[in-house]
Design a protein around this ligand. Structure first.
Ligand code: GDP
Length: 444
């Protein structure tokens, strides 16, 4: 999901990043590319247009933060706009009411409505320890009620006994009564789907909603259907008071635009994402995480978020001067590691230094954690002042001493030295390229 969009946007930002200054034309050019990328990902045209207009204005008007490059700032602006488009926060279910809470599931046939009903029921019964009753109101599709009963058995959730010949409104009424009498916390009503949106379906849903007074009306849409999903959502939201959307088949390789347009079109939050056929393949929808996945630049975003507060400007300036001379000893490396720790994995040199870039990618993946940084710090701590200033002094004997002193192995010491060497080499190259200006901009 989102892979091609992510790739496209990545390309746009790669061209922006690492540049000292951006002209208005640079920003406008990049934003045109963002717009094309969104449209290709199936984002609805008006949604893409509004999105790009908003970010262009911000990106051009924005004061560039100290410590980050303008390109990184633009990534952050796009990220924030994506989060806003997807919804500011994870939206939970409004079921903390006097029981029974009623959740009504609506959507087209084949959207995954029945499966999602069972998934949510299982989640509520399990994690939240709710007593849940499911009822199928689908009297059109043969076996729809039986299907829910089977899923109920799998999910270990009760289903309302089937009474042949009963109509949806009556079934809903019976479900509510049963829930009250038997002390259920939550009633889930799985309504009938249709192949297309039609008036009979809408009327039926309205009638059910009138008597069931649901706390939640969740629209289930298949994210693989792209623009159709958006149209379906618009139709439903015009006729029934939806409280949220569930996107199914997010495990598929759709272009993702449906997800991006959904909130803008319905004004309702995406609450859950279905990610497979199994009953536990459902996740709360986290706009921030999804935006991060799309941009694949969580590192840059948090860098910008934290830059202002976390970078100690004095240190950064001092380091910039040293780096400008092509100097980079163990003390500099240590300062960088400290900064990475303070910033949750991001030094001010983010992305510019080969060895560091890898370490950061690993940190972003959770493969390198704070402990590793602390261990590296401990190794540098075990070096003498002279060794720190001149790491080439570290011969085999000295390495053993450093390893012992820090509780690490000689191999670890070697790895640290190699990383330092790579970084020092990069510094020299930056100096050669006359990159003082770029470094200064990067470091504040
Ligand atoms: P309904 O007609 O809307 O009730 O749709 P169903 O719940 O019967 O689902 C139709 C098909 O989609 C079933 O085979 C489900 O297993 C499958 N399905 C539902 N949700 C997901 C999902 O999130 N991912 C995948 N891969 N399949 C899903």
């Amino acid at each position: 999901m989102f892979e091609s969009l992510s790739d496209r946007l990545g390309g746009v930002f790669d061209r922006l990043r690492g540049r000292g200054a951006l002209s208005e034309a640079d920003v406008r050019g990049a934003m045109r590319e963002v717009r094309i990328a969104l449209l290709e990902a199936d984002v609805a045209l008006p949604v893409a247009r509004d999105f790009v207009e908003g970010i262009t204005e911000k990106a051009i008007g924005q004061q560039v933060l100290r410590s980050v490059t303008p390109g990184q700032q633009v990534v952050k602006i796009v990220n924030d706009a994506l989060v806003e488009m997807l919804g500011p926060d994870t939206a939970g279910l409004n079921i903390d009411v006097s029981p029974p809470a009623v959740i009504m599931m609506v959507g087209l046939q084949g959207s995954g409505k029945t499966t999602t009903t069972a998934k949510l029921a299982k989640m509520l019964a399990g994690k939240e320890r709710k007593k849940v009753l499911m009822a199928s109101l689908d009297v059109n599709r043969p076996n729809a009620q039986e299907q829910l009963a089977v899923l109920g058995t799998q999910a270990e959730v009760s289903t309302l006994p089937i009474v042949v010949g009963q109509q949806p409104v009556e079934i809903a009424r019976r479900a509510l009564q049963a829930a009250k009498l038997q002390g259920f916390d939550v009633v889930m009503l799985d309504t009938a789907g249709r192949l297309h949106v039609d008036q009979a379906l809408m009327d039926e849903m309205k009638a059910v909603a009138d008597i069931a007074r649901p706390n939640e009306i969740l629209l289930v849409v298949d994210s693989l259907t792209g623009q159709d999903a958006v149209n379906v959502a618009q139709n439903f939201s015009n006729q029934v008071p939806l409280t949220g959307v569930v996107l199914t088949r997010m495990d598929g390789d759709a272009r993702g635009g449906a997800a991006l347009s959904m909130r803008a079109v319905t004004g309702k939050p995406i609450k859950f994402a279905g990610t497979g056929e199994k009953l536990d393949a459902i996740e709360a929808f986290h706009p921030k995480r999804v935006a991060g996945r799309i941009l694949g630049m969580g590192d840059v975003v948090s860098l910008v978020e934290r830059a202002a507060e976390a970078i100690q400007v004095d240190d950064a300036e001092k380091m910039a001067q040293r780096l400008a001379k092509g100097q980079f000893d163990m003390n500099d490396l240590r300062a960088q590691l400290g900064q990475m720790r303070r910033m949750g994995g991001l030094g001010a040199l983010a992305g510019m230094i080969p060895g560091m870039k890898k370490a950061q990618a690993a940190m972003a993946n959770g493969a390198v954690d704070e402990r590793l940084l602390l261990r590296m710090d401990a190794m540098i701590g075990s070096m003498t002042v002279k060794e720190r200033a001149k790491p080439e002094l570290l011969n085999a004997k000295r390495k053993i001493r450093v390893a012992k002193g820090s509780g690490m192995t000689v191999q670890d010491v070697n790895k640290l030295l190699k990383m330092h060497q790579e970084m020092a080499g990069a510094m020299k190259r930056i100096k050669k390229m006359g990159g003082i200006k770029g470094m200064a901009a990067l470091l504040g």
